[in-house]
Each structure stands twice: as structure tokens, then as C-alpha cells.
Design a protein around this ligand. Structure first.
Ligand SMILES: [Zn+2]
Length: 280
């Protein structure tokens, strides 16, 4: 295609964006609060290629955790400006369902925390009264000791128990607990240090529209929500770019200042304490 053709095409695309009222939103940076780079992902997608996807998606930063912490470390080494590292209590995929009763997880966490720097612990899965078992209790204590955010895939009951263990804890509620807007609102009213990611859910912005119930919660708590892809299987890495695009589309249905907060400002604010190591 010649230069003479390219510009009119671009111009038309830009005009279409402006007509759709999405010119600003289309350029929104995204803070992706929910990315995993687990052992089976880095076999098929090397760190360089993974980082290329994150950049192609226009991500400002991404909170990355992996089963087998090695994936997070590889990605962090490749892109320290982009990766916010979180420590999962999982050495392999199968730990998801057993870690709460597995004492050896504690030694794994302690050893990793002694050797490396992290912004958060998680994403971990815990439900109901299991949150009060000794291993999750120790995890909460370690987060407190190292001033780390907890990224919890939990029901409301478990979130309450985690806050009981450490009222000063800062918790990022993965998937907003897969709860509807009203229970999420109630939890946010109750817990000052609770933030919510909207990973792997679409009810808040299907077809580029934010339903009234969600709009009310976003408006009441403009500084508590963030988006996330959740690459829980390797295939989902190829969805990161599309997810960023999809997020920008529904965020454009909100006032620009609110959209910016959910897109990236809230993530940046919550993880402001994370400073990448200076280049060697
Ligand atoms: Zn996840």
C-alpha cells in the first residue's frame, strides 16, 4: 500500500473513533491486575514473547504471579518496568486445592520472601473457615511482616476472616469474588482496605455498556476497582491484547476520569510501594 493510500485510511479510522466518542478511551493505558505466567505457560511462550504481548496490549504494568515462582522471576527480569511481582503459595498447579493444609507451603513462602522482593502474595484460593487454618494464617502474617498486598480468590466470608487476622491488611479481591454489584458494594462499605479486580468476568461491561447497578458501585467507590485478564491457562495469554481492547470499550461508557481510575490509576496507586530494582 502506498503512502498516499495509507493516510486517508488512518484518517477514516480516526474519524470513526471520534464519532464513537472513544478517541480518548482507545488510548487508555491498562494496569492489568491479574496475570499468571505458570510453568506450563513459559514452556510454550518464552519471556521475550510474553513481554511483547504485554506491550502490544498497551499495558502500563501487570501484576504477575505464577505457580512455580520462576515464571514471575523470568518475566520480571525481562521487563522490570512492566512486571509487578506477586508470590503465589503454589509450586505447581495442583497446589491450588491443597495448600491450605500443606505445612511445606510455609517454608516455600519464607524462603522465597527471604531471597526476593515482591509487591504482593497471591493469587491464592481460600474459602470460608479454611481462611483460619494455620497455613493461611501464616501467609497473612508474612504479608503483614513484609508489607505485601494479599491477592485473594475468596468468598466474602474468607475475606472477612483475613481482615480479622490483620485489620490493617490490604486485600485485592480477585474477580470481586464473582459476586454481583450489591454484595461487592456491601463489602467495600465494610472494609476500607479492600480493592477489587474485575478479572474473568464480563457482566460489568458486556457489549460495551456498564449496567446501572455496576455504574452505581463504580461511582460510589471510584478508587477501588481495577481490570485483569487472568491467564490461568497458557492459551489465555493470547487473549491479553483482546482483553485490554475489550476493557477500553466498556470503560468508554463511564466518565473519562472514572474510566482512567479503573483502567490504571487505581492499580498504580495500590501498588505505588513497588519500585523496580535499579538496572545493574
Ligand atoms: Zn487467577
Amino acid at each position: 500500500m502506498g503512502a498516499g493510500l495509507r493516510w486517508p485510511v488512518l484518517g477514516a479510522a480516526l474519524a470513526a473513533c471520534l464519532l464513537a466518542g472513544r478517541a480518548t478511551a482507545a488510548e487508555l493505558p491498562i494496569f492489568d491486575a491479574h496475570v499468571h505466567y505458570s510453568h506450563d505457560a513459559w514452556d510454550s511462550l518464552p519471556p521475550k514473547d510474553a513481554v511483547a504481548i504485554l506491550r502490544q496490549a498497551g499495558l502500563k504494568r501487570a501484576v504477575v504471579s505464577s505457580s512455580g515462582d520462576e515464571g514471575t522471576q523470568r518475566l520480571l527480569a525481562e521487563a522490570p518496568d512492566l512486571v509487578v511481582p506477586s508470590l503465589r503459595p503454589y509450586r505447581r498447579r495442583g497446589d491450588v486445592g491443597t495448600w491450605v493444609r500443606d505445612d511445606t507451603v510455609v517454608a516455600f513462602l519464607e524462603q522465597r520472601l527471604a531471597q526476593g522482593r515482591y509487591a504482593a502474595i497471591g493469587e491464592f484460593h481460600v474459602y470460608g473457615a479454611d481462611a483460619d487454618l494455620p497455613v493461611p494464617r501464616r501467609l497473612v502474617a508474612l504479608a503483614k511482616q513484609h508489607q505485601l498486598i494479599l491477592h485473594a480468590h475468596s468468598d466474602a466470608d474468607a475475606i472477612g476472616r483475613l481482615f480479622q487476622q490483620d485489620p490493617q491488611a490490604r486485600i485485592l479481591w480477585a474477580h470481586s469474588g464473582f459476586e454481583g454489584p450489591e454484595p461487592v458494594r456491601d463489602m467495600l462499605r465494610k472494609h476500607r482496605n479492600l480493592w477489587c479486580d474485575l478479572a474473568f468476568r464480563s457482566d460489568q461491561g458486556a457489549a460495551g455498556k456498564v449496567p446501572a447497578e455496576w455504574r452505581a458501585v463504580f461511582t460510589e467507590f471510584p478508587d477501588r476497582f481495577m481490570v485483569g485478564t487472568d491467564t490461568f491457562t497458557p492459551e489465555r495469554w493470547h487473549y491479553i491484547v483482546e482483553h485490554a481492547r475489550w476493557s477500553r470499550a466498556w470503560l468508554a461508557d463511564l466518565p473519562p476520569a472514572l474510566a482512567e481510575r479503573i483502567a490504571w490509576r487505581n492499580g498504580e496507586a495500590l501498588f505505588a510501594g513497588w519500585v523496580p530494582a535499579p538496572p545493574k
